[in-house]
Design a protein around this ligand. Structure first.
Ligand SMILES: Nc1ncnc2c1ncn2[C@@H]1O[C@H](COP(=O)(O)OP(=O)(O)OP(=O)(O)O)[C@@H](O)[C@H]1O
Ligand SMILES: [Mg+2]
Length: 272
């Protein structure tokens, strides 16, 4: 149903994603892993057309979505909702209005300006919040919620679009382990109960293994692994992350990045 065919994205001389190809035959939950700068976000952003593709073709259910423009592009974007590490809610607005923002792309500017939402939409928003276990927070300002609750509001907003695909760019990178599990389980439930495809960039191996049916590993813009969690052995993971012998199971792209940054700082300090 989804096909990436030799997808490349260049920013000037820098190739962020290089000839990436994969197909997804049925809705599943896919984790994308790889160290910082591997091209994970760029891959997701090309799929929902936040970023244009340099070359190659993306098709979904037979439709070529690579060069969609205008209304066709907006229609596609409403079919693949995106959630982000930083939630991207309107902090001072109440939770239910944030969720109702998920219907924006099919409403008139005037109705939006005056916050006029059909009753049906309001009921649906409450139902979705209930499903995610946060209905009691509906009247509160988004900023009054914990990170995990805010991410669930963002998921609720995405569900309001009734998307076929949910894209999540490091959805749990800012959350504590407890909230991270709740958010990942919500995404898993949405996949299993609604049959929606979920594609999430994840910065820890264990999360990808635990929640995903399939894992795609990226290194330097290329897909270097595509398989099941069981096939994602420590050796394979080491190859994806390009880590040396000190690599451990617990290592994440974030940690590798932090270590690299710390080493740069130390080198800088030593040079002074
Ligand atoms: N808008 C942009 N302009 C120029 N270069 C970009 C842009 N977006 C991404 N890049 C470059 O493309 C490469 C891949 O970036 P990308 O953000 O996709 O990586 P990532 O795997 O998501 O990393 P992280 O784990 O840090 O989020 C990097 O070299 C990055 O600097
Ligand atoms: Mg990223």
């Amino acid at each position: 149903m989804l096909r990436f065919d030799e997808i490349t994205k260049s920013f000037g001389a820098n190739t962020a994603v290089e000839a990436a190809s994969f197909t997804v035959d049925e809705p599943m939950m896919i984790g994308i892993i790889g160290r910082s700068g591997a091209g994970k976000s760029t891959l997701l952003r090309m799929l929902n057309r936040l970023t244009d593709v340099t070359s190659g073709e993306i098709t979904f259910e037979g439709q070529n979505i690579t060069n969609l423009r205008g209304a066709a592009k907006r229609n596609w974007q409403s079919q693949c909702a995106m959630i982000f590490q930083q939630f991207n809610l309107v902090p001072r607005m109440d939770v239910v209005s944030n969720v109702l923002h998920g219907t924006l792309n099919r409403r008139s500017t005037l109705a939006t300006m005056f916050n006029l939402y059909p009753d049906d939409d309001i009921h649906r928003a409450i139902d979705i919040l209930e499903r995610l276990g946060i209905a009691e927070h509906a009247p509160k300002r988004a900023e009054a919620l914990s990170g995990g609750q805010q991410q669930r509001v963002a998921i609720a907003r995405a569900l309001m679009q009734d998307p076929k695909i949910i894209l999540a760019d490091e959805p749990i990178a800012s959350l504590d382990p407890m909230n991270a599990q709740v958010v990942m389980q919500s995404l898993r439930d949405i996949h299993e109960q609604d049959g929606r495809m979920v594609i999430a960039n994840l910065h820890t191996l264990d999360t990808a293994r635990r929640y995903c049916d399939r894992v795609i590993g990226m290194r330097d813009g290329k897909i270097v692994f595509d398989g099941t969690p069981a096939q994602l052995t420590t050796g394979v993971a080491r190859d994806i992350y390009g880590a040396d012998a000190s690599f451990s199971e617990a290592t994440t792209s974030t940690e590798i990045e932090t270590n690299a940054a710390a080493q740069k700082l130390l080198a800088y300090a030593a040079a002074q």
